[in-house]
Design a protein. Structure first.
Length: 118
């Protein structure tokens, strides 16, 4: 659906009502409610749910808070931090990235491991 909208777009906005600007909130909310009812999603599933899921998944992918902050338009990194939910897996990935960076700088293996030996 998004790819189709992009190809037909006359605006840089994903949801544009006219060629020169974004769709007004009430129009977008009306369309969302119509689609939500058609697919059987609960009323609690609002458009902000999609935004929150996107930024949460970025956070789960070990994206730095500051890289979430800019496209989200947050004025503070503290707001962006709510999307970062560190897991044991993301901690292991971070340590592995650090090991790779250390090897690149020193040219030698640091043999960094985690508590579970990964």
């Amino acid at each position: 659906m998004l790819e189709g909208r992009r190809k037909a777009a006359r605006s840089l906005c994903v949801f544009a009502e006219y060629a020169d600007g974004p769709m007004i909130n009430t129009s977008l909310a009306h369309l969302h409610a119509k689609v939500r009812a058609k697919v059987g999603f609960p009323a609690e599933f609002v458009l902000h749910s999609l935004r929150h899921t996107f930024y949460t998944r970025l956070g789960e992918a070990a994206t730095e808070t500051f890289l979430i902050q800019r496209p989200a338009g947050h004025h503070s990194a503290t707001v962006s931090e709510r999307y970062v939910h560190p897991t044991a897996e993301s901690a292991i990935l971070a340590i592995r990235r650090l090991d790779v960076a250390n090897k690149a700088v020193s040219g030698a293996s640091t043999a960094t491991t985690t508590a579970n030996g990964a």
